[in-house]
Design a protein around this ligand. Structure first.
Ligand code: FAD
Length: 533
């Protein structure tokens, strides 16, 4: 009986802490839950002295399912978190450096990685036709424009649904852009008021082990010792339990992904009715890239860069140049720019003894595809669904968890590296170093060889439920003008291909007429709400 898992203690009240608390509580504590168990408790401890990281404004579509499971009303996200719709990432100047002369046609310099899969992907791999049969396909369009109707919504900053759609339903798959601090507040309120999560505001000063080396309690400055059976480390970059206490080895990935610094700033819109972009804009710079995220009331903009390749001062200058060129009248001297540093990488294991790390305490790499919160969701969901009943089974679940998340980290790192490796930029040592084979994982080098002759397919991804499906690799490869040469005759159905490509073009035209702007829909949701599912 002593080894039963009853008391779950979550360290940290950032997005990772509250998403984990929400998913565990919705399954195990909530009155609506089938597995509701009165003897289980979930407690979140948060230090009043250590602020949350406060960035992390782009989510994946998976967040819709997570919020639905936790029981958040979707309209509340728009009224409480300054949220907007995210449908893609748009990569600008990644293929080539901006040329001084005629750099006006941004469509030639950019491409989208949309959230919707290529049309008919289960019937036909349209990637097969890129390269050899490119003459069949309009060359004036990028791959995403040819194979995915959602591209038009992203290009024209249109909404992914209409006001008549139920909460979380859609025409085009979407995630969110949101204010990270307000989002954590909304989750906290819901967890405490609706799900029965307990909350302690106190600073943890010491971590105490039992004789088996499991954590038995946490000493705090104002709330005494907090005992528990399972401790979830959501303490952010300092990794209080997994890293500091258990001293688990950290695997640095700086030799693959060089970026280790960020400058973040908030830019007000020129008018309250300014256009809200439907994608995260990611604009490549000489030693990094700039994110630009449109919320309702402001943009969140930041420069992620490699401190080995550019000084803080030059990185800030590039950020200010970007802001100036983006057409704001804000006085650049008034901006409050925040510097963040991070070590790219992850821990050798995430679940050790009765402690499991979720969020930044498990690892962090640059937010190029905004994968951090998606990883939080997956980790929290697995902990909730596989919650061990006793310490005897904990080891088996921990082993599985460690294997799964090591695979996820490896995939994310290779997928992000792909964006750099495909670039033709040679304008700085940063871009040249990124293409040095010594910095490219061997498995990515192997796949790049393979993709010269066959398009990415699910066979390239060795594990189930990958974070990035084969379609994502196609969007990046062909968005960056990579060529796949088909040496063997292509026996796929050409008629079906023509049909699918024509359907995409028709749907693009229909959607332009049918869908309102991001801003319009958000205003309507705030006024009328959304029908619950
Ligand atoms: C520049 C940048 C941009 C990013 N952009 C994105 C993005 O677009 N999309 C995305 O998905 N992710 C993004 N991320 C990552 C994202 O911000 C984080 O994954 C997310 O916010 C989760 O953070 P966290 O909860 O793990 O940590 P934090 O927010 O840092 O929370 C840590 C918590 O631990 C508590 N704590 C710490 N020490 C103690 C102690 N001694 N006692 C008690 N409590 C303690 C703190 O009080 C706090 O509540 C970005 C990150 C950075 C750095």
């Amino acid at each position: 009986m002593q080894s039963e898992i009853k008391k779950i203690v979550i360290v940290g009240g950032g997005t990772a802490g509250w998403i984990t608390a929400g998913l565990i509580a919705a399954k195990h504590l909530s009155a609506n839950s089938t597995s509701s168990d009165n003897s289980i408790s979930v407690t979140v401890i948060e230090s009043p002295n250590v602020p949350t990281i406060g960035v992390g404004e782009g989510t994946w579509p998976s967040m819709r399912e997570t919020l639905k499971t936790i029981g958040i009303n979707e309209a509340d996200l728009f009224t409480c978190c300054d949220a907007s719709f995210k449908q893609a990432s748009k990569f600008i100047h990644w293929k080539n450096a901006p040329c001084a002369k005629a750099d006006t046609d941004l469509s030639k310099q950019s491409y989208f990685h949309p959230f919707s899969l290529p049309s008919g992907i289960n019937k036909l791999n349209l990637g097969t036709y890129i390269g050899e049969q490119s003459s069949l396909i309009s060359s004036s369009q990028t791959f995403a424009q040819q194979v995915c109707f959602q591209s038009i919504l992203c290009e024209q900053n249109l909404a992914p649904k209409q006001i008549t759609h139920k909460a979380y339903d859609y025409v085009a798959n979407y995630g969110y852009h949101l204010n990270a601090c307000k989002f954590a507040e909304l989750l906290k309120k819901h967890c405490l008021n609706k799900l029965g999560v307990q909350y302690i505001s106190a600073h943890i000063t010491q971590i105490n082990n039992d004789l088996c080396d499991d954590i038995s309690s946490l000493s705090t400055d104002t709330a005494g010792a907090i005992e528990g059976d399972l401790f979830v480390d959501c303490s952010g970059a300092q990794s209080l339990l997994l890293g500091k206490h258990y001293n688990i080895e950290f695997c640095s990935k700086k030799s693959v992904l060089f970026n280790d610094s960020a400058l973040a700033v908030q830019i007000p819109y020129e008018t309250p009715e300014a256009t809200i972009a439907s994608s995260t804009l990611s604009t490549a710079q000489t030693a990094g890239w700039i994110w630009d995220i449109g919320l309702q009331s402001r943009r969140g903009v930041g420069h992620v860069f490699s401190s080995r390749h550019i000084s803080d001062e030059s990185a800030e200058q590039e950020l200010l140049n970007y802001i100036k060129q983006s057409g704001t009248s804000v006085n650049l001297d008034d901006l409050s720019i925040r510097k963040l540093s991070f070590e790219p990488g992850y821990y050798k294991k995430f679940w050790h003894r009765n402690c499991v790390a979720v969020g930044m305490s498990a690892g962090f790499i640059e937010p190029l595809e905004a994968s951090a919160l998606a990883m939080v969701e997956q980790a929290a969901q697995m902990i909730s669904e596989q919650l061990p009943t006793t310490k005897l089974t904990m080891e088996i679940i921990a082993k599985r968890f460690n294997e799964k998340f090591t695979q996820h980290w490896q995939q994310i790192i290779e997928f992000l590296k792909l964006h750099y490796v495909l670039s033709k930029r040679t304008d700085s040592s940063y871009w040249l170093d990124n293409k040095d084979p010594l910095t490219i994982p061997q498995s990515l080098q192997d796949m790049l060889e393979l993709w010269k002759f066959q398009p990415p397919s699910s066979y390239d991804i060795p594990h189930n439920n990958p974070l990035f499906p084969a379609a994502s690799y196609q969007y990046i490869l062909y968005g960056m003008n990579f060529t796949t040469e088909q040496l063997r005759p292509n026996n796929q159905n050409t008629q079906l291909m023509h049909q699918l490509l024509a359907d995409v073009q028709n749907k693009r035209q229909q959607l332009v007429k049918a869908m309102g702007s991001n801003r319009d829909l958000i205003n309507k949701i705030k006024q009328y709400g959304l029908t619950s599912i």
